[in-house]
Design a protein around this ligand. Structure first.
Ligand code: NAD
Ligand code: TDX
Length: 339
């Protein structure tokens, strides 16, 4: 089996590459990644010498480069993780989100049509459903919940999902889509809530919580997400959407307090800053479909996952310290300097 994994130098994509190479020693995994600010080749260092792995630096929007790779590798499956993924950046500058997340998806699927494929899998997000009110804990996103996006990021992901379903209906492309809740774990880029709070707490810097910090996210350990995608690409029904979530809802402020406690840092570091524009209140996934059809359940309890994650950031300081000392520093100052 030849699998092209786009965005494999990012957070979830790299965890997926490791998972697949370990679980399927007879598969060939080809990572296609543009290495944007969020892609990091050092993340893939542990597998660079694996004969079943190949890294190719290219943009998913570059039709010629994508076609060339398909001609060389004849992939059976394409799993598309490549995306601009940070909501705050999409609010500052939506253009690149439309380019990568929408146009890039169509370029990949055009190559799948042209060369033939067993499966195209789109890694999507629960954010396409918009948000739920805080006072209705009985409500969850199902696969039938209407698309109702809030940010340029989620709108670009929703547009891509609609294109994926259109390519299935119009051209018969064998597609699947997974819509997952917030992931956490190793190699999470330090602009995102959990790694940002770990890095700042370790440096005794303020912990910037947007607004009151009452917004709820449904946190899933990244390995559990990778296992869900593995099941979907092998056994999921073509043309279907699968929601993936942890039944693990937590308010942002709870998460930040847990991190302070685990690291032995004072909660006085918590600083309430201006809220995110259009900030979604609550995400909550109903994962009944993937459980009933494919037997998937999250395996990592949050209490264990967060401990493992914090330990990983303590053990791999060089990885994230290199990142936060570079271009990211300018972004951070721009974002938080004016809040
Ligand atoms: P990330 O930002 O950590 O990584 C994105 C990767 O894509 C990087 O390696 C980057 O270099 C690459 N990339 C970006 N633009 C590209 C382009 N034009 N061509 C080729 N490569 C490009 O993102 P992540 O958090 O790992 O998310 C991966 C996917 O999962 C995204 O599609 C995201 O929408 C989705 N998702 C993420 C979460 C989450 O909690 N992080 C939850 C649900 C869904
Ligand atoms: O400094 C911060 N302070 C803060 O209060 C940051 C970075 C975030 N937040 C809040 C905003 C959100 O309510 O924490 C919550 C989580 O924020 P992010 O880590 O930016 O994630 P989110 O916006 O929920 O989106 C993530 O999950 C869904 C991923 O980045 C998306 O790619 C994925 O689709």
């Amino acid at each position: 089996m030849n699998i092209i994994v786009t965005g494999g130098a990012g957070f979830i994509g790299s965890n997926f590459v490791f998972h697949m190479l370990k679980k399927y020693p007879d598969y060939r995994i080809i990572c296609l990644d543009k290495l944007t600010y969020a892609g990091n080749l050092s993340t893939l260092a542990p597998v660079m010498d694996n004969p079943n792995f190949r890294f190719v630096k290219a943009d998913i929007c570059d039709r010629e480069a994508v076609d060339k790779l398909f001609e060389e590798e004849h992939p059976d499956i394409v799993v598309n993780f490549a995306a601009e993924s940070h909501v705050d950046r999409s609010i500052e500058d939506p253009g690149i989100f439309l380019q990568t997340n929408i146009i890039g998806t169509s370029v990949l699927m055009d190559a799948c049509r042209k060369y033939g494929i067993q499966r195209y899998h789109q890694v999507s997000t629960d954010e396409v459903y918009g948000d739920l009110p805080l006072d209705r804990p009985d409500l969850f996103f199902t696969e039938e919940t209407p698309i109702h996006t809030s940010s340029p990021y989620s709108s670009s992901k929703a547009a891509a999902d609609l294109l994926v379903l259109a390519y299935h209906r119009t051209y018969g492309l064998p597609v699947t889509i997974s819509r997952c809740s917030n992931n956490y774990g190793p190699y999470h880029f330090p602009e995102k809530l959990i790694p940002l709070m770990i890095a700042n707490a370790l440096a005794d810097k303020p912990l910037p919580v947007y607004g009151e910090g009452l917004n709820v996210r449904d946190w899933l350990y990244v390995e559990d997400h990778c296992k869900a995608i593995d099941l979907i690409i092998h056994n999921g029904r073509v043309g279907e959407v699968y929601n993936v979530g942890g039944h693990n809802e937590k308010q942002n402020i709870e998460i930040v307090k847990i991190i302070c406690k685990e690291l032995g840092k004072p909660e006085s570091l918590i600083t309430h800053v201006g809220d995110r524009k259009g900030h979604d209140m609550r995400y909550a996934i109903d994962p009944t479909k993937i459980h009933n059809e494919l037997g998937w359940l999250p395996e990592t309890k949050f209490e264990d996952g967060i401990k493992k994650t914090i330990q990983w950031y303590l053990d791999n300081r060089e990885w994230w310290e290199t990142i936060i000392s570079g271009e990211y520093q300018n972004y951070y100052e721009k974002m938080y300097g004016n809040r």
